[in-house]
Design a protein around this ligand. Structure first.
Ligand code: THU
Length: 144
């Protein structure tokens, strides 16, 4: 399936994020999060949050997905779907944390990259620029 087809039907990506959420390892917060990252070539990379007894080594679902993709050679991304909630129950949108927004900024065009946030009844759509206004992007280091 092409990335364009998936973008026309974001529920496909939301459903993959929901599947990934089932894999969450969250014995401390009890909040399960799933992400599904769409690369420009149409591949979908999923991730869940993975917590740790020492807390700070924990990783968010979004960064799990991005790390999987980048470590397999993918660098160009079109969108990400994110769902989350206590014990996996989606009661509202589960927005990405600031660290995940910054990691998205490293690889994703802020004006075209779409962030779909799953809700109990559907999804919200944001651009990365909306979620990270006045952000620090790789372009800030150009011309050094
Ligand atoms: N979490 C994510 O997976 N993504 C985010 O962007 C926000 C927070 C996880 C981290 C932790 O395991 C749990 O949600 C509660 O903060």
């Amino acid at each position: 399936m092409t990335a364009q087809t998936v973008l026309q039907t974001p529920t496909l990506l939301i459903d993959r994020a929901k599947e990934a959420m089932q894999k969450a390892y969250a014995p401390y917060s009890h909040h399960y999060v799933g992400a599904a990252l769409l690369s420009e070539d149409g591949r979908i990379w999923t991730g869940c949050n993975i917590e740790n007894a020492a807390y700070s080594p924990s990783i968010c679902a979004e960064r799990t997905a991005i790390a999987k993709a980048v470590s397999e050679g993918a660098r160009s991304f079109a969108a990400i779907a994110i769902v989350g909630g206590r014990e996996g129950h989606i009661t509202g949108s589960f927005p990405p944390c600031g660290v995940c927004r910054q990691v998205m900024a490293e690889f994703c065009c802020p004006d075209t990259f779409l962030v779909f946030l799953g809700t109990p009844t559907g999804f919200e759509t944001h651009t990365l620029r909306e979620l990270l206004p006045s952000g620090f992007f790789p372009s800030a280091l150009q011309g050094d």
